[in-house]
Design a protein around this ligand. Sequence first.
Ligand SMILES: [Zn+2]
Length: 223
Amino acid sequence: MDEIPVEQIIRSRRRSIALVITPDGHLIVRAPLKAPVALIEKFVKEKNGWIRKKIGEIRQRPPATVHEYEEGEPFFYFGRMYPLHIVESGNNPIERTDRLCVCRTLLPDIRHRVKCWYMLEAQREIHARCMWFSMTTGYTPKSIRITDARQRWGSCSSDGGINFSWRLIQAPLEIVDYVIVHELVHLKQHDHSKKFWAKVKEIMPDYERRREWLRENERLLRI
Ligand SMILES: [Zn+2]
């Protein structure tokens, strides 16, 4: 069997070698600072079967969404599809009815304007959702921010705040909820240890199903 080329070796103060397959199907190796190259090569060779399987899975997934902003193009909001509809005039420059209605005057700047609209919606909706989970679980973030992150749907900052990518609002509500719970639990449990997942499960017994959905469909959110 041919070997998959290693795209990059990232060395850090870690104890073991780990393989990462990027969303576009490349292989990255994370290794301890002093791990010999021969050892890394041996490790990659041993895991060749696993690497092939993972890359195969990624290639079968649908490609990332690229918007052309043409009439009828699908846009997602809490998992529901809204075809883009260019209107001559309206009460608001952008309005969500059973379609995503955008005023023609916005066309020259449409990419930016639609993104700003999503960001404002995310600010309101994800914030409210997060407050609700905060109240029911007792995990309280110092701040909730909406970011432009492309790869990470949620993250936790060292000052006790949590961040969500506006892109998350395209996902179904139950997936948004999972990301919120995940980040809230990180406020007290910073790693992905067994203890962390046990706490997530306590709040959301079916989190694994939601996590799997996100893994399989995240490319759709990466607009
Ligand atoms: Zn995490």
